[in-house]
Write a protein that binds this ligand. Structure first.
Ligand code: ADE
Length: 239
C-alpha cells in the first residue's frame, strides 16, 4: 500500500520510520511518502496561508499549493482524506475499509483549516480522530496511518488484523501476564500455568467479557448481536 502525506511539517513524521511501520517500509509492504506542501507554492515568499474572506480568526491554507501538489502526485481518482476535527470520527470499520485501498492521500490541515475549494475539488473525505482539537492534522494522520497499516497484510506478520479472526473480536483484550510468576506478592492466575488449553481459552474469553462489560458495555452489546447472527447463519447451514 502506498500512503502519500501532504503536510507543512514533514519533519513531524519521523516516528513512522521506526518499529513495525519502518520495517514494513523496508520490506516494501508499505510505502510512505511525505510531501511538503510548501514545495508547491508559487508565492515568492513561500507563503501557503492567507486571511479568510469574510473575516474570522487565524489563517487558512490556500487551495493552490494543495491542488498543485495533488495533481503532481497523481491523486486523480484516488482516495484523498483530510484530517480535520470536523470530520467523521474514524472507527475499526473505516480503518479496515481504507486499508483495502492500494494508494491513499492524506492532507494534514493547519492554522484554522483549508480553503473549502481544496476539499471540494478533490472530493476529500474529512476524518477526525476524536472530539478534541489538535494544533494540526499531523498527529491525527499518524494515528490513521498506524491503524491502517497494521491491517495491511504482512505488516504485523502473516495475518492481517489478527484480532479480526479471533473469538475475542469486538471485545476488549483480557489481562495478560509474563515472567516472573510472582511479583511483589502478585501472582499469575493459576489457570494460565495449567497447560489446559480449553480452560485457558475459556478464562480469556470470560475475562474479556468482564472487562468489556465494565468499560465498554456498548461494545459488548454489539458483540452479542454479532454472535447471535453467526449462530443463526450456522443454524441455516445445517437445516
Ligand atoms: N486536526 C485537529 N484536530 C483534529 C482531530 N481531532 N482529528 C483529525 N484532525 C484534526
Amino acid at each position: 500500500m502506498k500512503i502519500n502525506i501532504l503536510t507543512l511539517f514533514p519533519e513531524m513524521f519521523v516516528p513512522l520510520q521506526t518499529s513495525m511501520l519502518g520495517r514494513a517500509c523496508e520490506n516494501g509492504i508499505l510505502e510512505i511518502k511525505v510531501v511538503d506542501i510548501r514545495d508547491y507554492t508559487l508565492d515568492k515568499h513561500n507563503r501557503v496561508d492567507e486571511y479568510p474572506f469574510g473575516g474570522g480568526a487565524g489563517m487558512l491554507m490556500q487551495v493552490e499549493p494543495i491542488d498543485r501538489a495533488l495533481t503532481d502526485l497523481g491523486a486523480e481518482n484516488k482516495n484523498v482524506l483530510y484530517m480535520s476535527p470536523r470530520g467523521r470520527i474514524i472507527d475499526k470499520a473505516k480503518i479496515e475499509e481504507i486499508s483495502r485501498d492500494e494508494e491513499i492521500y492524506i492532507l494534514c490541515g493547519h492554522y484554522e483549516g483549508v480553503d473549502q475549494r481544496a476539499i471540494d475539488l478533490w472530493d476529500m473525505e474529512e476524518l477526525s480522530i476524536g472530539d478534541y482539537v489538535l494544533t494540526g492534522g499531523e498527529l491525527a494522520a499518524m494515528v490513521l496511518v498506524d491503524a491502517v497499516s497494521r491491517c495491511v497484510p504482512g505488516v504485523l506478520g502473516d495475518s492481517a488484523c489478527i484480532e479480526e479472526e479471533s473469538v475475542y473480536s469486538g471485545l476488549l483484550e483480557h489481562p495478560q501476564y509474563t515472567k516472573p510468576r510472582e511479583y511483589k506478592g502478585l501472582s499469575v492466575p493459576e489457570v494460565l500455568l495449567s497447560g489446559h488449553h480449553k480452560n485457558i481459552a475459556q478464562w480469556k474469553l470470560d475475562e474479556a467479557i468482564k472487562l468489556t462489560a465494565e468499560r465498554r458495555p456498548d461494545l459488548l452489546e454489539k458483540y452479542y448481536e454479532k454472535q447471535k447472527k453467526n449462530h443463526e447463519k450456522n443454524d441455516d447451514k445445517f437445516m
